[in-house]
Design a binder for this molecule. Structure first.
Ligand SMILES: [Zn+2]
Length: 236
């Protein structure tokens, strides 16, 4: 792995750092990896080793979430390698957790017929950690690998696809405008993200982030600064 004299985007350590991919490299099949310049951020070895299971989690749940993903050509291609990874003995407890989060729910088909389907309930604390990390990494990258996001920021993770039409509509009503902007990065219809920084005089929220996977799943993240400044510029 390339070693760069840069700052770790998580702990701020300078010097001996390695590269972390956002989203993880194994999220992409080989031909996509060759086609696009994947996003890398500088990360120390210690921090790098902590997150492998969370990345597995996202890759696995995204692949199983909805019919769009189930039928997406890249998702289908990824499925074999996900299956192989899940067969590893060290991931046995991880698999058991995923299995436990499958629940049977009633869903209405497009034709209006109610059917019972398996539904994966998302692990929000895990997603929260994961997207906090992605946002920190991308912020670091957008600042030329020099600035680490303040550790006192607060994140609000919004997952519109999962819970109810009403909530989904509310999220899109408030943050859907972001989709009108060009993505900062777009890797085909597999991954894209957008970021938007708000005027520093009104730093609440500080920035907004949108991630889209497989052209179907949007995740929005709001980042609040710990120091709330009102419109008059005074700290509250
Ligand atoms: Zn670190």
């Amino acid at each position: 792995m390339t070693r760069l004299k840069r700052t770790c985007y998580i702990c701020g350590t300078k010097g001996e750092v390695t590269k972390d991919h956002i989203p993880p490299r194994r999220f992409y099949p080989q031909d996509i990896q060759n086609k696009y310049q994947l996003i890398t951020v500088s990360c120390c070895k210690k921090c790098h080793e902590q997150f492998s299971e969370d990345d597995h989690y996202l890759r696995t749940v995204l692949n199983a979430l909805t019919d769009e993903t189930v039928n997406h050509p890249v998702a289908i291609e990824n499925r074999e390698s996900i299956k192989r990874a899940l067969e590893k003995p060290e991931l046995a407890s991880f698999c058991a957790e995923i299995a436990k989060s499958m629940v049977r729910v009633w869903r209405q088909s497009k034709g209006g017929i109610w059917i019972r389907r398996y539904r994966l309930m998302l692990d929000y604390p895990k997603l929260y950690n994961l997207f906090s990390r992605y946002v920190r990494g991308l912020f670091h990258r957008e600042r030329d690998h020099k600035k680490v996001m303040d550790s006192d920021v607060h994140f609000a993770l919004l997952v519109p696809d999962d819970y109810g039409r009403e909530r989904r509509e509310t999220i899109y009503q408030h943050l859907g405008f972001m989709l009108e902007y060009d993505p900062v990065v777009k890797h085909g219809d597999v991954f894209e993200y957008r970021s938007l920084y708000f005027n520093d005089n009104i730093t609440h929220p500080h920035s907004a982030w949108q991630f889209r996977f497989y052209d179907a799943h949007d995740f929005f993240v709001l980042v609040y600064s710990n120091e709330y400044k009102g419109p008059d510029g005074q700290l509250n």
